[in-house]
Design a protein around this ligand. Structure first.
Ligand code: DGJ
Length: 540
């Protein structure tokens, strides 16, 4: 072969080497989290995607049969994304022997039901302990070292300093990602993966083993100090306060730099480094977006260890950002009524909001609107929804999720397009002043929407909720249930704006498909008990 022929041969060969991140044969680009300044979009098939999710109970995915109720429930409430665990203990029952039949069956189940899939890798950590590690890890305490508690007791947690465990977990996770790639690269059913579950050390503020104590008495790594130095103005309030206590020392031991926050900061650094190594191995095999979920700092709890110490709590989000570059999103599991306050903490220029777990009681459903329409988040998912549908019927407990997801589903492309524009408004009873029954949304200098909730406020039950999308200065989509809207003119005599048209309907993509024209006695923007979508065009 002459030089030119050799070059052509080599070039054509190189063109066909599959590279991560490139389009698969089907042409569907790999899902990714795209950042533009401080705005985020989760792209699936190249388009912004919002996850109307549901998570299966912890033990629902050890047989495909047990998942049937979950699929029916999620489809029954009009969800589009299933969150389903994968268990290290079942995937690698003996070191190096992998069994992927569950991965295959779960992907097939999601496809059969027209759902996208988020896998949850339950491995070294699950709720701050090591229950999902394989037997061979649990038995070999000499090799797979445990955290030592403050009194010298062995704890039921793998030490974040244990390299053998980290490497074993990373090896298994990479094998799982490689397998997913091999069967799903052209379909992209799997769109995101949770690495571990609620990481951190449950029951102790740090590892008190000899090795950990030696490191704890040493200097905070320069890499972490450099990150904190660069991001000092935007650090979370608790980390900033802790560091301010040392007058922003640029170096020193953990206690010298972080004072009382030192044990949690130390644990966060080491847990995040461990998780990042696992994630890095997974990304190498198949670079889907990854996230970690978090057990929140609960009201009334004062000391790390009451919540798993070292998980990405609001105290240490910045340490996770410094330590875990292979994790795309730090995500809160929000089970408390103060959904809004937590969402504020996790929505940052360096982190978009994704709520992978939330309470499945009716009152929480409305928080999907906050997630998408207020916080510009891209995912929302109630936990443990397997019995939302029974004998083919949506249960009363699930009716609120079903009603809201039904009305949101056709609106998702539009909502995604209007995120970050200021033209998308979430309306929630019980968000502004707790028991609010009315409030106004300013739409322009000329116009405000006066919102009045029509149902009784009861934090135990469903509530008035919906959204307004400003398609134009005189063109509005209003959707949801249990409220009325009056469009008030802000200039001239105090009066309501006049309608050109008011229609019920739905959207196909971004195209409005009207059904009923409202006029005469029905010329009111009134959203009843069952959600609907209205479009109001006003005379300017
Ligand atoms: C949070 C965990 O991440 C879930 O797996 C599950 O254990 C729930 N808590 C239970 O409320």
């Amino acid at each position: 072969m002459n030089t030119q022929a050799r070059f052509v041969f080599l070039a054509s060969f190189l063109l066909f080497i599959p590279r991560p991140g490139l389009r698969a044969e089907s042409g569907r680009p790999i899902p990714r989290v795209e950042r533009t300044g401080s705005q985020y979009r989760f792209l699936v098939d190249g388009q912004p995607f919002l996850m109307l999710g549901g998570q299966a109970h912890n033990s629902s995915a050890s047989t495909a049969r047990d998942l049937e109720a979950f699929w029916k429930s999620l489809v029954g409430i009009h969800g589009n994304t299933a969150e389903v665990p994968l268990y290290w203990e079942l995937i690698e029952p003996e070191p190096g022997r992998f069994d992927f039949h569950l991965v295959d069956e779960i992907i097939a189940g999601a496809r059969r039901n027209g759902l996208r899939l988020v896998f949850l890798w339950f491995a070294t950590w699950k709720n701050g302990v090591m229950d999902y590690t394989p037997e061979w890890v649990k038995r070999d305490r000499a090799k797979y070292k445990h955290v030592v508690g403050a009194l010298g007791e062995e704890m039921w947690i793998i030490s974040p300093l244990c390299q053998a465990a980290r490497d074993a977990d990373a090896h298994a996770f990479a094998a799982v990602m490689q397998h997913i790639r091999s069967i799903d690269e052209s379909d992209r059913t799997v769109i995101m993966v949770q690495v571990e579950n609620e990481t951190g050390l449950a029951g102790t503020d740090r590892d008190y083993s000899e090795e950990a104590t030696r490191l704890y008495s040493g200097a905070v790594p320069a890499e972490l100090m450099a990150h904190l130095g660069k991001t000092r103005d935007s650090l979370s309030a608790s980390l900033k306060a802790a560091w301010a206590g040392s007058n922003y020392r640029a170096s020193g031991t953990w206690t010298e730099v972080f004072g009382d926050l030192a044990p949690e900061a130390f644990s966060a650094w080491h847990v995040a480094r461990y998780v990042d190594a696992v994630a890095a191995a997974g990304k190498q095999a198949y670079p889907l977006p990854f996230y970690v979920n978090n057990w929140l700092v609960e009201g009334g709890e004062v000391r790390a260890g009451n919540w798993p110490s070292g998980g990405p709590t609001v105290h240490v989000l910045d340490i996770w950002k410094a330590a875990a570059a292979h994790i795309d999103v730090l995500a809160p599991d929000i089970y408390y009524p103060k959904f809004f306050d937590v969402a504020v903490q996790y929505t940052r220029p360096d982190n978009p909001l994704f709520v992978p777990e939330t309470n499945s009681v009716p009152y929480f459903a409305a928080n999907a609107l906050l997630t998408f329409a207020y916080f510009n988040g891209f995912g929302f998912s109630p936990f443990g929804i397997d019995s939302f549908v029974e004998n083919g019927t949506v249960t009363p407990a699930a009716a609120e999720f079903e009603d809201l997801y039904r009305v949101l589903r056709p609106l998702l492309p539009l909502i995604a397009r209007y995120q970050y524009t200021g033209k998308l408004h979430a309306l929630l009873q019980g968000i502004a002043q707790g028991e609010d029954w009315a409030y106004a949304v300013r739409l322009s200098n000329q116009l405000a929407a006066s919102v009045e909730f029509t149902g009784k406020y009861d934090p135990e039950k469903e509530r008035g909720r919906g959204l307004i999308i400003e398609l134009g200065p005189d063109d509005f989509v209003v959707a949801g249930a249990r409220f009325k809207v009056n469009f008030r003119e802000l200039e001239g005599p105090p009066r309501d704006a006049k309608f050109l048209t008011l229609e019920e309907g739905t959207f196909e993509g971004e195209r409005w498909v009207p059904s009923r024209r409202l006029n005469g006695d029905e010329l009111h923007v009134e959203l009843p008990e069952q959600s609907k979508i209205l479009r109001a065009r006003l005379r300017q």
